[in-house]
Ligand binder design. Sequence first.
Ligand code: GDP
Length: 295
Amino acid sequence: MLENLGNRFQDIFKKIRGHGRLNEANIKDALREVKMSLLEADVNYKVVKDFTNKISEKAIGTEVIRGVNPAQQFIKLVNDELVELLGGTSSKLTKGLRNPTIIMLAGLQGTGKTTFAAKLAKFLKKQNEKLLLVGVDVYRPAAIKQLQVLGQQIGVDVYSEENTKDVVGIATRAIEKAKEINATYMIVDTAGRLHIDETLMEELKELKRAIKPQEILLVVDAMIGQDAVNLAESFNNALSVDGVILTKLDGDTRGGAALSIKAVVGKPIKFIGVGEKLNDIEIFHPDRLVSRILG
Ligand code: GDP
């Protein structure tokens, strides 16, 4: 996971440990390298600048330079700021006061939205929740079929309707179905498009108004770097999402999306997808990802 970035940081830390004492010059050198590594990992430029400025302010104070183990303190500073950049602490799913709690997934086609719907359903089912998966991608029957197949695999009911394009109607009737089967959570897999377009956004907004989800989660493919962040901003502006799901973090992503998204969009990453299997879902813990990166 984010191996290249990890290796770069290891080299920087090795070099800084090699200096007996730290001074402003070698801290500046190290920070320049941190900056380069983050930019190479496709982290948003403004995010990188803010990040290195913060470390610089803290490190160039006397504390780090005169401290007992300056190199170690510098490394800790980088570690702590990375954790902060990723949101600090993990962020839980909301649970509604009444059943079902409605979770609406949004995102572009191919990001792993449908797979995530099934992963989350399986994850919640293991916690003894009762689930209903809802497919409202009326444009792609194959997407609904995929959800049905996944639902069957995990033993979760899937609600969908044929012969209608009335997304709001389907989702509203799905709520009735969820109540009927005493579902505690209902996960709505919305339509994805290859690009953001006005029709998609309008449909999602209308759906949000009609079903009032407790959580709107934006599914983002970590492989597409900081472009993912621009996409996330557009979705967030239209829908005001509650959290982000980063998929495909198991791939050889450079890390740009992961490290930029919280700072730019201002919404926490709640879960990560780390593989194609339905068990490959993890609650996102900023400190654990940083440990994985820094080794
Ligand atoms: P959707 O169009 O957004 O619903 O995307 P799908 O759920 O159909 O997923 C698109 C592709 O990404 C499929 O081949 C999935 O197996 C794959 N995929 C989804 N999540 C992950 C993940 O976390 N890691 C990896 N490696 N592949 C994933």
